[in-house]
Ligand binder design. Structure first.
Ligand SMILES: Cc1cc2nc3c(=O)[nH]c(=O)nc-3n(C[C@H](O)[C@H](O)[C@H](O)COP(=O)(O)O)c2cc1C
Length: 367
């Protein structure tokens, strides 16, 4: 498929004009280079910044702008309601139940995990209103065109972003979330089904997308959860979505630079090799099955704590597992589409194939 060839009309959805995109493909990633490459090649890359400090967010969004040039870019924050007010991880640490601490100590011992070299990604700061406010300010001050809200879209944040000319997209896992996001003023929605990587709800993508499309009326909807091939993209358009929101497919991009042990696990996995567990963050999260998820699923394991207690309970151990490469416990968030992740390729090649396959699928259907 060459760049000058016109796309079938079905793929030229109105949302492309909002951002000046060529392809109806949005890409969530924690990698600045992946995000930049997607945007440069006609999609729209969205940087996952929820675990970054406000200063890191400022620096990384500036780097992203440099790499992406004038192409549209986005940033994502997860802003769940009900988090503690202050950034005080020690206060949460003091409340961790002894049974849970013992379980963690047993995992260190059983798998011979050396002491953490540094604070883990989940323990560097506490997910709290204090940090969220500063993260939101960094995002509002930035020049990104799109702000994506992961869990919950606070109305005043949405309002302030919109005043700065940013579009807001809200990730929704149920019709109830979609209604709430529309009431908060979101410009468009992602209908993210159960198949997806990381935090996910119980409703499958195929069941969810058309329901949210119907609720949304004139508000555009993107389909997410298991979108890894052009056939998924074509199907999403048929379900009434204006495009797709993708995550897992970029984990095997060359630019992502995934740890080789985890990469091997993903490349060899089928859809049934992912599990949903609360052991990572306290909320339901899909990841590749490993000794980590098996240990937490064992009958004598404690029940994971609520967010942000689970973050603080497991954060340093998770960091140590990755830093010391404790192979059986190493894992990563990924969706059921992992079955299609079979080789490492540059972002541009992955995006080009997604689009080309969708064109073939749509032409086969006579579109
Ligand atoms: C490794 C990974 C981390 C993710 N982290 C976040 C996140 O921090 N915030 C968020 O809103 N979505 C996050 N997601 C979900 C994506 O935004 C997207 O909805 C999802 O990946 C779509 O399903 P797919 O993985 O089947 O493509 C993550 C997904 C993956 C694979």
């Amino acid at each position: 498929m060459n760049d000058n060839e016109p796309l079938p009309a079905a793929m030229r959805t109105p949302i492309l004009d909002w951002f000046g995109m060529r392809h109806p493909v949005f890409a969530f990633s924690h990698s600045v280079p992946v995000v930049a490459q997607v945007s440069r090649h006609g999609g729209l890359g969205v940087y996952g910044a929820t675990r970054r400090t406000p200063d890191e967010i400022r620096t990384e969004l500036a780097q992203l702008r440099q790499l992406a040039g004038s192409a549209p870019i986005g940033v994502n924050l997860v802003l769940p309601p009900g988090m503690p007010e202050e950034n005080d991880a020690q206060a949460i640490e003091r409340e961790l139940p002894p049974r849970h601490r013992e379980f963690i100590a047993r995992l260190y011992e059983k798998y011979q995990v050396p002491a953490p070299k540094r604070r883990g990604m989940r323990t560097r700061f506490l997910r709290s209103n204090e940090v969220s406010r500063q993260q939101m300010q960094a995002v509002i001050d930035s020049d990104v065109e799109l702000v994506a809200c992961g869990i919950g879209a606070p109305g005043d944040f949405v309002e302030r972003c919109k005043r700065r000319g940013k579009r807001i997209v809200a990730l929704c896992g149920s019709p109830k979330h979609a209604r709430r996001a529309i009431d908060s003023g979101a410009d468009f929605l992602v209908a993210q089904g159960h198949d997806s990587g990381a935090h996910t709800g119980p409703i499958g993508t195929f069941s969810l997308v058309p329901q949210i499309v119907d609720i949304a009326g004139p508000v555009p909807v993107l389909a997410a959860g298991g979108v890894v091939t052009g056939r998924h993209l074509a199907a999403s358009l048929a379900l009434g979505a204006q495009g797709v929101w993708t995550g897992s497919v970029w984990l095997v991009a060359e630019e992502y630079g995934l740890n080789p042990i985890i990469l091997r696990k993903l490349l060899g996995a089928g859809s049934e090799d992912t599990v949903i567990t609360r052991s990572e963050s306290g909320k339901t999260l899909r990841q590749i099955r490993s000794a980590w998820s098996d240990e937490w699923a064992a009958p004598d394991a404690p029940r994971p704590l609520a967010m942000p207690y689970q973050d603080i309970l497991v954060g340093d151990l998770l960091g140590a597992i990755d830093d010391h490469e404790i192979e059986p416990l190493m894992h990563y968030a990924v969706g059921q589409g992992v079955a299609y992740l079979n080789e490492v390729r540059p972002v541009a090649a992955i995006l080009e194939e997604l689009v080309a396959q969708a064109v073939v699928a749509l032409r086969r259907l006579g579109a």
